[in-house]
Design a protein around this ligand. Sequence first.
Ligand code: UD1
Ligand code: UDP
Length: 369
Amino acid sequence: MKVMSVFGTRPEAIKMAPIIKELEKRKINQVVCVTAQHRQMLDQVLDLFKIEPDYDLNIFKQGQTLTDITINALKGLEEVLEKESPDILLIQGDTTTVFAGALAAFYKKIKIGHIEAGLRSYNIYSPYPEEANRKLTGVLTNYHFAPTDSNKKNLLREGYEEKNIFITGNTVIDALKYTVKEDYVFSADKLKNIDFEKKKVILLTSHRRENIGEKMENIFRGIKRAVEEVNDAIVVFPVHLNPKVREIANRVFDGNEDIYLIEPLEYESFTNLMAKSFIVITDSGGLQEEAPALGKPVLVIRDETERPEGIEAGTARLVGTKEENVYINLKRLLTDNREYLKMAKAVNPYGDGNASKRIVDILVDKLSK
Ligand code: UD1
Ligand code: UDP
């Protein structure tokens, strides 16, 4: 049995790493291929998990369009699949690398295993283009690895056969278990010097394409207003490398000493920072899964989410993208302890940290027959 995985961005690498490690542990023949849709942000994860890809398509270029990513990944993967001819191609999530990977495998009639299948917002433009990527990938997939029961129900509603859908949990929880440590010490001075007892640390990340522009500006203004009105909060914002995000962050947050704009953190520092933070504010998919597991209230700065489980559990709140809503919700969490405690409870709708073991068990069962 030969298993090939393809991924290209930071979150895919984080969530694929536990599966690669599990395959390694069981000495299963595997090939790892990265498209490198991301470059630095991908390499940070590869270094941490000590993954050396067999193939690196190195497609990243500044200002890449969705078409660039699709075409270059598809073209590069054609050659690799031709050469390796794996029994199955594993892809993870909803990026353009995922869709291109599924299409490339389909063209070669290679089986596809889709990790993190079945998440839906039911708005094709939000998240954009991820909702479409995930649906398009689903159509081409043989084995759907759904993190939760509600993800499975989405797939069943769309007519996928139950025998091909497996509830596994999300491998991000596996990765989180690998990195978060009680006694973790930061290496960067900026983080080392934060007094987490005295300061309410707000961990912020934002990068969604559909928020870039006015929405992102308004969100940042709402956060800035709330922070300026209290005296014990700071914001730590590891800013995504997208220049459009960086421009808005620099402009709106300019001159505020309580708002730290820092470079993207490697995963271990990042998750340990989250574990010590007071609140998480994000439009990221992965953070909506990690923060509930760590008992951190999450304000989701999006108009829709394909991850309703955290919201249903009460740890996450969808606050939209309007300045006033972001401001009111953040100010309340910073000043109303009862409200804070209602949200700050560790719940884990996304799995028990054994998703990668389950996925590999299923692969062995299906492919070694
Ligand atoms: C991509 C995914 C998104 C995922 C996100 C995780 C698509 C369409 N989007 O969005 O689903 O949530 O990754 O972060 O697949 N850049 C660098 N170096 C890097 C990475 C990015 O400089 O290592 C900059 C470049 O200027 C690049 C821009 O960020 O043009 C955007 O990168 P891209 O991969 O196109 O989209 P993301 O917004 O990162
Ligand atoms: N992350 C990281 N360093 C950072 C910011 C995020 O390692 O500076 C991790 C985070 O823990 C999560 C993942 O990257 O697992 C989320 O990636 P991103 O927000 O880029 O993508 P999304 O989850 O929205 O697809």
